[in-house]
Design a protein around this ligand. Structure first.
Ligand code: 5GP
Ligand code: ZN
Length: 114
């Protein structure tokens, strides 16, 4: 997708602090962190939002969760805890229309988020 910000990060047309990358998945630091640890986890396939997910994306989205879990464990976050968040659509304040999960950690995280 030509005009997608996260596709541009995938293509390295826009710089980002990359924390993990493989054939299907990219993880980078959020430019405006909401917690001491704030990573964005995306599939390299352009899917606009969680509501657009298709059955054929099931394995890919599983890889997203597995990547988040492995990174969290590797970074020593599992004991204190962390949060994996997907914002879908306007009311959830999704601002970038390329499906992504936020990995947040490093401080107590309020619930409900408001
Ligand atoms: P959303 O609100 O769509 O769930 O989250 C989008 C996230 O992308 C926001 O937390 C925002 O700070 C982050 N973001 C927006 N533009 C950029 C950028 O150019 N680089 C990086 N690294 N993060 C970005
Ligand atoms: Zn995209």
């Amino acid at each position: 997708m030509q005009d997608c910000l996260f596709c541009k990060i995938i293509k390295k047309e826009i710089p980002a602090e990359i924390a993990y990358e493989d054939e299907q998945v990219l993880v980078f630091k959020d430019i405006n962190p909401m917690a001491p640890v704030h990573l964005i986890i995306i599939p390299k396939k352009h899917i606009p939002a969680l509501a657009d997910m298709d059955e054929k994306d099931t394995f890919l989205m599983g890889q997203i969760q597995l990547t988040a879990a492995r990174l969290a464990v590797k970074m020593g976050l599992a004991e204190e805890g962390f949060r994996l968040v997907n914002n879908c659509g306007r009311d959830a304040q999704q601002t970038v229309m390329h499906i992504h999960y936020h990995l947040l950690a490093g401080r107590p995280l309020n619930w409900p988020p408001g």
